[in-house]
Design a binder for this molecule. Structure first.
Ligand code: AHR
Length: 496
């Protein structure tokens, strides 16, 4: 069997917001401590941040970084993380049963994001705290000076405001595991009032309301409708979170996880638009998919001994996981008209794209590769690809296409990049790409992530076991490109 797809400039979905390629740094396990930050590490800079991890972060290409949580933020006092380090309190982090030293806080993180070519997306605590603490944090970060909080920031070494544009109004407030968990009405009211106060401090903010923690939550759908009825006019985005994993060895279903992401996004767009219609609102609420990844959730991994920076949720990603991550990016791109931001959760060690060892090496996990390449080349105008081809049966989703794809026209219009996965675990997929709508395109460069071993991983000993491979260039003949997608592979075909 073979597949065919048509790429045409008329099939425009929308422009890619670069913030679609965000990631997430939570005070969880070793994401911060011995992840991005480790004074005494051979590569540490003068602020104690690891240059090897910083360099990989630049290469990953993450224009926005969510911080400091996650579940962590719902018990966080941001004031603990500012000022002289030797005066910062050590606290119990109840979310992950860890000890938090507060050596890294808002100032350090905002400074570091700029150094790695990114921007901060801060979450405020709406679990144990509320309007006052959130408004004060905005004043601390964004007000130029001459007030208590802004002058304190200046005293702490940041003369210029951190200029934080995007703020999350709490985290997963629908989940009963969340510290300060709320009903939809309670959260909706609090989000509205917090948003109002934050905007009074800085009217230019972009605000994200908490959507459902995942689409299996009992309140899924009604949660979004209820909270948006309270806060529609005060917020710009609603969040989505979703983690995927292979269950019971069913790779065929796992490989089709992007279908679930598609359905989830479509459901939240429909719900937000329902509230818009009902409330006769003019503006549209867009989506911030600010936590997504593969996560092998085997029980609830918690630290039991109140350790500082324990090894938590350090998933080791396989080639198969890389293909699925690449496919989830295709799903996000396919919804570029409504999904403005997304954060791969997380950046380092804790379900991280990057791994690092204390006093040791840092390396790219398998999932790093499709992400970095999509972030680099998936900029411009997203095009729907009209595809036909074989399908296969799955337990989770029924009949599923073997091929999934999307295309992106470069900002200058001189290149088109097709992102495609072959979900067939055994057979290559011959593919014809019809490019007659782009008569100027001549040569295709094909990069793929595929391997004979679906379980292949990158480790400290073998950090490049899973890496992108390059096929021989091919030419467009009579407006058509003939190419072959290896079994179980993520592919990037760049035609110029
Ligand atoms: O990313 C790990 C955790 O997953 C986050 O803290 C939480 O928001 C989600 O449940």
């Amino acid at each position: 069997p073979s597949a065919r797809l048509v790429v045409d400039p008329a099939f425009r979905i929308g422009e890619v917001d670069p913030r679609l390629y965000g990631s997430f740094v939570e005070h969880l396990g070793r994401c911060v401590y011995t992840g991005i930050y480790e004074p005494g590490h051979p590569t540490a800079d003068q602020d104690g941040f690891r240059e090897d991890v910083a360099e990989l972060t630049r290469e990953l290409g993450v224009p926005i970084l969510r911080y400091p949580g996650g579940n962590f933020v719902s018990g966080y006092r941001w004031e603990d993380g500012i000022g002289p380090k030797d005066q910062r309190p050590t606290r119990l982090d109840l979310a992950w049963r860890s000890v938090e030293s507060n050596e890294v806080g808002t100032d350090e993180f905002c400074r570091w994001t700029r150094q790695v070519g990114s921007a901060p997306m801060l979450a405020v605590n709406l679990g144990t705290r509320g309007v006052d603490a959130a408004a004060a944090l905005v004043e601390y970060c964004n007000h130029p000076g001459g007030t208590y909080w802004s002058d304190l920031r200046r005293k702490n070494g940041a003369a210029d405001p951190h200029d934080v544009r995007v703020w999350c109004l709490g985290n997963e407030m629908d989940g009963d595991w969340q510290i300060g968990h709320k009903t939809a009405d309670e959260y909706g009211r609090l989000a509205a009032e917090t948003a109002k106060a934050m905007r009074l401090v800085d009217p230019t903010l972009e605000l994200v309301a908490c959507g459902s923690s995942n689409s299996r939550m009992p309140t899924f759908g009604s949660w979004e409708a209820t909270i948006l009825e309270h806060c529609y006019e005060y917020v710009d985005y609603v969040s989505l979170h979703s983690y995927y994993q292979e269950r019971d060895g069913d790779k065929a279903s796992f490989l089709a996880s992007a279908l679930d992401m598609d359905t989830f996004i479509d459901a939240i767009v429909a719900t937000a638009d329902h509230v818009r219609a009902k409330g006769r609102h003019k503006k549209r609420i867009n989506l911030s998919f600010d936590e997504w990844n593969i996560w092998y959730q085997v029980g609830t991994e918690m630290s039991h001994d109140w350790a500082h920076a324990p090894r938590l949720v350090e998933d080791e990603y396989t080639l198969t996981d890389a293909v699925v991550v690449g496919n989830l990016l295709i799903s996000l791109l396919r919804h570029a008209d409504r999904v403005s931001m997304a954060c791969l959760a997380q950046l380092v060690n804790a379900i991280g794209a990057i791994r690092s060892e204390p006093n040791g090496a840092a390396w790219r996990q398998s999932i790093f590769h499709p992400f970095a390449l999509t972030s680099r080349y998936g900029r411009g105008t997203v095009l729907r690809t009209a595809a036909t081809g074989p399908s296969y049966e799955t337990a989770w989703f029924g009949e599923v296409p073997v091929l999934d794809s999307v295309a992106v026209e470069s900002p200058d219009g001189t290149a088109v990049t097709v992102f495609a996965v072959n979900r067939d675990q055994r057979e290559s997929l011959p593919l014809t790409v019809d490019l007659r709508g782009y008569p100027g395109l001549a040569v295709a460069h094909h990069t793929y992530v595929g391997d004979g071993d679906p379980q292949a991983t990158n480790t400290a000993a073998h950090p490049n076991r899973v890496a992108p491979r390059t096929a021989a260039p091919s030419t467009v003949e009579g407006g058509k490109l003939e190419i072959s997608l290896p079994p179980l592979s993520w592919n990037m075909i760049r035609v110029s």
